[in-house]
Design a binder for this molecule. Structure first.
Ligand code: GDD
Ligand code: MG
Length: 323
């Protein structure tokens, strides 16, 4: 079975971390997000993954020696220009000759969803497309879904305005599609699966939902990227064996990447590969890929690759500032 994984977005909300590296290549608990996703797809019966890419294909190609993750073969479909979600799915599916039931996954989701279970539900429901649904407290930032008693989707509203729907079930960003869905997607133009293709399928009664209460996080914002990492922060491998941790260091509930150097205090934070925290510095609830000097305190900050934090107390700092 094939899976198309959407990885062509710009990761704007995670800047500056995504200035140099695409979002799905960022680590969660020291393992690139895309590797975790590929492993989960492989466990669910996927043999071939097509990465639907808009930009920076090289960062991905280099990360998969032999174009494999475990037993799963990796392929790359590079759009000439970003075609939006449905455009990217159709472009990748056509480029790789997909002609049977396939999986689609947004590249920025961390979840324990059982892919094989989703595929079984899809066949049982007998529809052309089945989307994984998950409940969230604030659905406004997602695609919100209403279903009927038989599990069919009766309404799909992407990023609803307040009061537009009472449903707290959202599109979890993993789908099972029949190739017939591709016929709905015109080539060579931007098409959104959420705003065009799903509403068309709903109108024809061809879209179903499969709700689960698995752990689920969209890592696209700094708070949620941090949360996905902190979920793993108390495991033995949260501190990478190639990190260097001084005797003066104090680390609490955090992830420390390869080649990071910690001499100061780190609480509930992610320190990415190659970053450094000097003795006398304190870092809280932050994502750090740069260098924090002795006389700095960070709270809820996002520090990009190689950035030098100035001395002083910082709250909510983004460095380099988005320009
Ligand atoms: N190849 C390609 N080309 N990929 C794209 C493009 C494109 O033009 N545009 C977006 N993507 C990819 C992103 O890289 C990401 O993996 C995925 O499509 C979804 O884009 P996001 O920008 O992360 O969307 P979102 O988080 O606001 O909303 C989506 O995900 C939610 C669940 O997390 C929607 O699918 C919502 O309906 C859903 O609830
Ligand atoms: Mg997202």
């Amino acid at each position: 079975m094939h899976a198309v994984v959407l990885v062509g977005g710009f990761g704007t909300r995670l800047r500056p971390l995504t200035n140099e590296v695409p979002k799905p290549m960022l680590p969660i608990g020291n393992v690139p997000m895309i590797v975790r996703l590929a492993e989960r797809l492989g466990e669910g019966g996927v043999t071939d993954i097509v990465l639907a890419l808009g930009f920076r294909p090289d960062a991905f190609r280099e990360a998969f020696p032999g174009d494999r993750v475990g037993d799963v073969r990796m392929h790359y479909a590079v759009e000439p220009e970003p075609l939006d979600t449905a455009g990217a799915i159709a472009f990748a599916a056509r480029a790789s000759g997909i002609d049977s039931t396939f999986v689609v996954a947004n590249g920025d989701i961390v979840t324990d969803l059982d892919i094989a279970g989703l595929v079984d539900a899809h066949h049982r429901l007998g529809v052309d497309a089945t989307i994984h649904l998950t409940p969230v407290d604030d659905p406004s930032a997602y695609g919100v879904v209403e279903t009927d008693a038989a599990g069919r989707v009766s309404r799909f509203i992407e990023k609803p305005s307040p009061g537009e729907t009472d449903s707290d079930l959202i599109n979890g960003g993993t789908y099972v599609l029949e190739p017939a869905v591709l016929d709905l997607i015109e080539p060579d133009r931007r098409v959104s699966v959420e705003r065009e293709t799903f509403p068309t399928l709903v109108a024809d009664g061809r879209l179903a939902g499969h709700p689960t209460d698995d752990r689920w996080i969209d890592t696209g914002r700094p708070e949620t990227y941090l949360e996905a990492n902190l979920d793993l922060a108390d495991r033995a491998d949260a501190i990478h064996p190639e990190a260097s941790i001084a005797a003066t260091a104090s680390i609490e509930h955090s992830i420390i990447g390869a080649g990071a150097r910690i001499d100061g205090e780190v609480h509930r934070s992610v320190v990415l590969p190659g970053a450094s925290i000097a003795a006398g510095a304190t870092v809280r609830s932050s994502l750090v890929w740069g260098h924090v000097p002795a006389d700095a305190t960070l709270d809820s900050c996002v520090i990009g690759e190689g950035a030098e934090v100035p001395a002083g107390d910082h709250r909510g700092l983004r460095l380099p500032e988005p320009g």
